[in-house]
Design a protein around this ligand. Structure first.
Ligand code: ATR
Length: 264
């Protein structure tokens, strides 16, 4: 039976197994998808199992999206440009790293029927998924990307990859049309403790987190009279793209798909 894994640390929160196993069953593919918590020192071992065909595909999550790169033979152009890999597949005995977070975010924004072109974007956080979000936003021709991270150097580092970024101190809020929470704050219902009230009215508040469905960041956005969206569709679409790469099939996204992600 074919075997797929999502690797990360922590990994408990991941809903990828639920979604992929549901799609595998629906498409009558004999395979199993599981999650595996690993330490950095074990990265090479698990990736070599893919090369030896003991494993058939790997999804990569925090904090390994960049760290896996040295163990791969090839990268897709998007993975290369973002230095971020979330899907690995063996093609002609080459380990190839892809980035499906970019398509995941892009499709999720397109689904909103929100014209993001020309908009000013403020990103909170500079972690693993942020290069993919910036790449996608640039492709969608936003007018400006401002970034604020608690550890300012990490935001500054992103400027070497994306030279159009403006970096703010953590706590400074700039005028924006769209604000994206890409920090992990909210996973456990902690508050962000920033004051958005000066700029926030009739804007879009987007949270990469989808579990819980409404973080305190989104609650605050709603209270201030803004549209709010969580990261559920970004998650579903990145999985959709990975499924397509591995199995050559476009899985269904419907109300049942949404339902199985609810019961956690
Ligand atoms: P990683 O940083 O390993 O890629 P991540 O989950 O992708 O992990 O990113 C976590 C993000 O949430 C980071 O931007 C982190 O800020 P730091 O770079 O300063 O660590 C941010 N974050 C986590 N806890 C936070 C807190 N209590 N206050 C503000 N930002 C926080």
């Amino acid at each position: 039976m074919k075997k797929y894994f999502v690797i990360g640390n922590p990994i408990n929160h991941s809903l990828s197994p639920k979604l992929h196993n549901y799609w595998l069953k629906e498409n009558k593919i004999e395979a199993i998808y599981d999650k595996k918590k690993i330490e950095e020192k074990n990265l090479q071992t698990i990736i070599s199992e893919l090369k030896e065909k003991k494993i058939n595909g790997i999804n990569v999550t925090v904090p390994f999206k960049k760290l896996v790169i040295p163990y791969l033979d090839k990268l897709s152009q998007e993975a290369e440009l973002t230095q971020s890999v979330n899907t690995i597949i063996l093609i002609n005995d080459n380990l190839v790293g892809y980035n499906t977070d970019i398509a995941g975010f892009t499709k999720a924004i397109k689904k909103l029927n929100f014209n993001i072109k020309g908009k000013k974007i403020l990103i909170l956080g500079a972690g693993g998924v942020v290069p993919s979000i910036i790449f996608a936003l640039n492709k969608m021709n936003v007018s400006k990307i401002i970034i604020s991270n608690r550890t300012k150097e990490k935001a500054e580092d992103l400027k070497s990859q994306f030279n159009n970024l403006q970096v703010l101190d953590w706590g400074d809020i700039h005028d924006f049309d769209v604000i994206i929470n890409a920090t992990s704050l909210g996973l456990n219902q902690e508050s962000i403790n920033l004051d958005f009230s000066k700029f926030a009215n009739n804007k879009l508040f987007y949270d990469v987190i989808y579990n819980p469905e409404e973080t305190n960041f989104l609650k605050e956005g709603k209270k201030l009279g803004n549209r709010i969206e969580n990261g559920k569709f970004m998650f579903i679409y990145q999985a959709f793209e990975a499924f397509k790469l591995w199995h050559g099939i476009e899985p269904q996204i419907n109300s049942d798909t949404l339902e199985i992600l609810k019961n956690d």
